[in-house]
Structures are given as structure tokens and as C-alpha cells.
Design a protein around this ligand. Structure first.
Ligand SMILES: Cc1cc2nc3c(=O)[nH]c(=O)nc-3n(C[C@H](O)[C@H](O)[C@H](O)COP(=O)(O)O)c2cc1C
Length: 406
């Protein structure tokens, strides 16, 4: 009989076998110019490979220039972007990790400043852009750009951009592509009835709202080889009545599975400003678990799974899990940052590291809820590792019938 799976069991997805089930989740680094990967990416991602994660994702990587969140985002909209990314994947492979890339279009949340600057829309004179695109001309929130509703040619261009970027990702040596359809960026904006008010075949019914994501998956799957895994990240819920929810996520998972998606990465939130999100240890893992159980699609669990949750439970593998997660985050050059207790400005830490810390304190995006901050600060004191912006994703979190995190 096979031993029950644990965090350190290999995981076969499509034609590759990951050495373990620990993935480094995508994290924006705001460290690119004109979309190019830099030495920052090599060091940031490379150090996680040395730490032992089985799969390491790049940050959200824009499929077109206007699909960046900030002018400093990573991109893959031209062939020149391939070589510096190939350097990164070469390093990851040399150190035993598989390389994943998250392909993204920021939709209506585009052309904003990096989070360590005062939040604002960046104007074209400073490298921003005005062709901010969305399903409907509804801004995300005050202080964000007024988006333009995509027409049918624009929608076709989006799908082409994802396909072309996936081909470039293949040339750059990536093993896994994840399509970003979460956190209120373009593809999720189409999914949610709160951000999609279209009256054509891309809006209205569940079938219409999911059409763009499904067509994007189909076109990417035509160029992304069958032996390489294709992931999709969704926000399992908008955390807002009348919005996208877990029932729709389960239904969507079935449709994605039928189109050759190998894993659904179950995050949440980001599409509705001010939504109340109960951020805390493992707060999204129940979504991952339900989607997996009801759709039969493998899932990833993300959100507070890298620290307190895994360590807190007296599971058989908890001790070992803690050790590996410790290695991922502690034995690397930014350790000093981990010793901080709050988000005081650390003059030595790089801004990217500080923002990781801050974003974790407030959840992804700009929705600051004092209760959540208090909760997380509490965990930070107990578990200093969460200070680093060290987002961990646990793949296929099935411990022989038990969830590893719950
Ligand atoms: C600094 C930072 C940048 C992030 N950038 C991205 C991103 O590019 N794409 C994405 O899907 N999620 C992004 N996230 C969300 C993480 O991937 C992860 O889902 C989230 O941080 C929850 O996991 P955690 O509780 O372990 O941090 C980011 C999170 C942080 C802290």
C-alpha cells in the first residue's frame, strides 16, 4: 500500500513530478523596468530554490504593457523578455526546483504606484498609461483609474496576449504556467457580476462571465504542452453578497478540469474594495478543500499556510513541515528583516521586503481592516516568519484523507 501523502511526498501533475508539495506563491516585486527581469528576480526567486521549495512562481507577469499593475511589474509581452527569465529558470532548475510563471493582466487595477509609494494612479509622463481595460467602465475604487470597457477586438487581443506569453514562457524554460484569474484583476473582473455589467456574450449569466477565462485557458492549452502543468488561480469568493462565490468556483473548477487545467489555486478577495475578509491562519483552505472534493480537480491551498497553521496542529508531519518552512524563510539573506516586530521602516531592508511585510499585515491590495491587522500582528509576534512576504502555497494538500492545513 502506498504511504499517505504528506508535504514531502512527490506530486505528479501532468508529466512532471515535483519533489514536494511546497510552492512559493507569486509575489509582485516591483523591480522591473519595461517588464524585464533583473538581478533582483534571480536572487529573490533563486534563494527560495536554495531553501527547498518544489515549485517557485514568479510574480504576476504581465501579458501586455497595459496589463501591468505598476510600471515596475515583470512582463512577457515581447521576445526580448525571454533571456533574463531563462537565466532565472536555469538557476531554479540547477537547484532542484521547478519554475512556474503566473501570467496576468491587471485590468482595471492597472497603472498604479508600487505600494511603498503614496497610492496613486501613475500618469503617462511617469511611465503609466491611460488604456486601463476592464469588462465594464467601473473603477475599482476611488483613487484608481477610470477603465475602458473592452470591445470584442480588445477581448480577442487579450486571449492572444496570454497565448503568446505562454509560448515565450516555454522558451524561457518554465515548467508550469498559472493563469491569474484572482484578486480583482482582468480575468476575475469578468467572472464577478459586481465588476462585469456587460450585456454581450461575455456578461450576464455564469456561462457568459466565465467565457473569457475558459477561452483563455483553451488558447493557452493549445500552445502549452500537455506534459507541462497548467494552473489557474481564482478568488474563490468576493466576500461580498451578490458577487462571485464558492458555489460558482466549484462549478468553474469542473469546467477548467475539462479543459486540461491541472490544478486550481484557491485564493480569495481583491475584486471589491472594502470587502470584509477574515484574514487569519488558513483562512482560505476550506475553499481549496471543497473545490477539490466536489470537482475532483487538484487544488493549492494558500493564505496563512506557511506559518502558524502548519506548525500549530499536532499532525504527524507538523514538525517536519515546520522545519522545511523555516528553511524556506529563515535561511536566507533577509533574515534580519524577520526579527522586526512591526512595520517600522527598516533602513537596511530593501523596499520590496518591507512591502511584503506590510502587504501581509493588511491583506493583498489596499483594503485595510483594523481587525485583520490586529489579528495578523498577533500572529507576527508569535510567528516572526510571516513578516517577510513569504507567501507559501501547499499543493494538493491531501494528507491521506486529511487536510494538512485546516
Ligand atoms: C508582497 C506580495 C506580493 C504578492 N503578489 C502576488 C501576485 O503577484 N500574484 C498573486 O496571485 N498573488 C500575490 N500575492 C498573494 C500571495 O501569492 C498569497 O496568495 C498571499 O500572500 C497569501 O498567502 P500568505 O498568507 O502566505 O502570505 C502577493 C502577496 C505578497 C505578500
Amino acid at each position: 500500500m502506498d504511504a499517505p501523502a504528506n508535504l514531502f511526498s512527490p506530486l505528479t501533475l501532468a508529466g512532471i513530478t515535483l519533489p514536494n508539495r511546497i510552492a512559493v506563491s507569486p509575489m509582485c516585486q516591483y523591480s522591473s523596468e519595461d517588464g524585464f527581469a533583473t538581478d533582483w528576480h534571480l536572487v529573490h526567486l533563486g534563494s527560495r530554490a536554495i531553501g527547498g521549495a518544489g515549485l517557485i512562481f514568479t510574480e504576476a507577469t504581465a501579458v501586455s504593457p497595459e496589463g501591468r499593475i505598476s510600471p515596475q511589474d515583470l512582463g512577457l509581452w515581447k521576445d526580448e523578455h525571454i533571456a533574463p527569465l531563462a537565466r532565472v529558470t536555469g538557476f531554479l532548475h540547477a537547484h532542484g526546483a521547478y519554475a512556474g510563471i503566473q501570467l496576468a493582466h491587471a485590468g482595471r487595477k492597472a497603472s498604479v504606484s508600487p505600494p511603498w509609494e503614496t497610492p496613486r494612479v501613475v500618469p503617462p509622463a511617469e511611465g503609466g498609461w491611460t488604456n486601463v481595460l476592464a469588462p465594464s467602465a467601473i473603477p475599482f475604487a476611488e483613487g484608481f483609474a477610470q477603465p475602458h470597457a473592452l470591445d470584442s477586438e480588445g477581448i480577442a487581443r487579450i486571449k492572444d496576449a496570454f497565448r503568446a506569453a505562454a509560448l515565450r514562457a516555454l522558451s524561457a524554460g518554465f515548467d508550469v504556467v498559472e493563469i491569474h484569474a484572482a484578486h480583482g484583476y482582468l480575468l476575475q473582473e469578468f467572472l464577478s457580476p459586481l465588476s462585469n455589467h456587460r450585456t454581450d456574450e461575455y456578461g450576464g449569466s455564469f456561462e457568459n462571465r466565465t467565457r473569457l477565462l475558459l477561452e483563455t485557458v483553451e488558447t493557452v492549452r493549445t500552445v502549452w504542452p500537455a506534459h507541462l502543468p497548467l494552473f489557474v488561480r481564482i478568488s474563490s469568493t468576493d466576500w461580498t453578497p451578490g458577487g462571485w462565490d464558492i458555489d460558482q468556483s466549484v462549478e468553474l473548477a469542473r469546467l477548467l478540469k475539462a479543459r486540461g487545467v491541472n490544478l486550481l489555486d484557491a485564493s480569495s478577495g481583491g475584486n471589491i474594495a472594502g470587502a470584509k475578509i477574515p484574514v487569519g491562519p488558513g483562512y482560505q483552505t476550506a475553499f481549496s478543500e471543497r473545490i477539490r472534493r466536489e470537482s475532483g480537480l487538484a487544488t493549492g491551498a494558500v493564505g496563512g499556510v506557511g506559518g502558524p497553521v502548519v506548525g500549530a496542529r499536532p499532525r504527524p508531519h507538523a514538525r517536519a513541515a515546520r522545519d522545511v518552512l523555516d528553511r524556506l524563510v529563515h535561511r536566507q539573506p533577509l533574515r534580519r528583516r524577520l526579527l522586526a516586530r512591526d512595520d517600522d521602516v527598516d533602513p537596511v531592508a530593501a523596499a520590496q521586503a518591507v512591502v511584503g511585510h506590510r502587504q501581509q499585515a493588511v491583506g493583498v491590495g489596499r483594503q485595510i481592516d483594523p481587525d485583520h491587522v490586529a489579528l495578523l500582528v498577533h500572529h507576527m509576534i508569535d510567528e516572526p516568519r510571516v513578516l517577510m512576504g513569504e507567501a507559501v502555497m501547499i499543493l494538493a494538500p491531501d494528507m491521506g484523507g486529511e487536510q494538512v492545513v485546516q
